[in-house]
Design a protein around this ligand. Structure first.
Ligand SMILES: CCCCCCCC(=O)SCCNC(=O)CCNC(=O)[C@H](O)C(C)(C)COP(=O)(O)OP(=O)(O)OC[C@H]1O[C@@H](n2cnc3c(N)ncnc32)[C@H](O)[C@@H]1OP(=O)(O)O
Length: 184
């Protein structure tokens, strides 16, 4: 994909290694928050994205474009597709087992994605340098090996839990968490 130097791992970046406590290969990755617009099952018009890690290094997910996700008539809104990429990349950060947030997200749109399409998403990490994680994702139409409609590259920044505690009661969200979850 077309990416900037800001989302390209610098020389000397380390490839991620399996982390104790991170989701094991074959695990389903449940929603981190039931009101999340991308993965929350309780969100009325959200993407309801479902995800898993087949191998402990990548994340696979799907979402089906609904009526509420349109930009042009009968086509997914580009911002909604960027949300899906942000989320699947965010879920792949579970595998690093530290809290991170999106610093920068770059998206290439290759094909229009009609309402009713199931987009098959995949995300992985290309390198880590200090607090910065360099990640990538793709979204394919209709099947895991379908045509690529969207590609994304991202820079995620490691944060501490105070980042999230400023605006929310973390004890409430933590009560619902799986052991491997590090983001609220
Ligand atoms: C399972 C969970 C799924 C979640 C998926 C969804 C994830 C999200 O959408 S998170 C929400 C969207 N993101 C946000 O709200 C983040 C808002 N931004 C911030 O809070 C801050 O700017 C933050 C935390 C990213 C960085 O701030 P801070 O901790 O003060 O670090 P700061 O010193 O500015 O930056 C650290 C390094 O990252 C670099 N950096 C930060 N932002 C960027 C950026 N946008 N582009 C390039 N580099 C950046 C800095 O240049 C710095 O580099 P260096 O160490 O080489 O000097």
């Amino acid at each position: 994909m077309t990416r900037s130097s800001l989302t390209t791992p610098p020389p000397g970046a380390n490839l991620p290694e399996a982390q104790p406590g991170a989701p094991s290969p074959g695990s389903a990755l449940v929603s981190h928050y039931d009101q999340c617009f991308a993965c929350g099952p309780a969100h009325p018009t959200g993407l309801h994205l479902t995800a898993r890690t087949p191998d402990g290094a990548t994340v696979e997910a799907e979402f089906t474009v609904g009526e509420a996700h349109q930009g042009a008539p009968r086509l997914a809104h580009g911002g909604v597709l960027a949300t899906a990429m942000d989320e699947v990349i965010g879920m792949s950060v579970y595998l690093l087992h530290k809290p991170y947030v999106t610093g920068r997200l770059e998206t290439d749109y290759l094909l229009p994605v009609p309402v009713g399409t199931t987009l098959h998403l995949r995300a992985w990490c290309n390198g880590i340098a200090g607090r910065k994680a360099y990640l990538e994702a793709e979204g394919r139409i209709g099947a895991p090996d379908g045509p690529v409609a969207v590609r994304a590259a991202a820079l995620f920044i490691e944060v501490n839990m105070e980042h999230f505690a400023k605006h929310a009661d973390l004890a409430v969200t933590a009560a619902d968490h799986q052991d491997y979850e590090v983001n609220p």
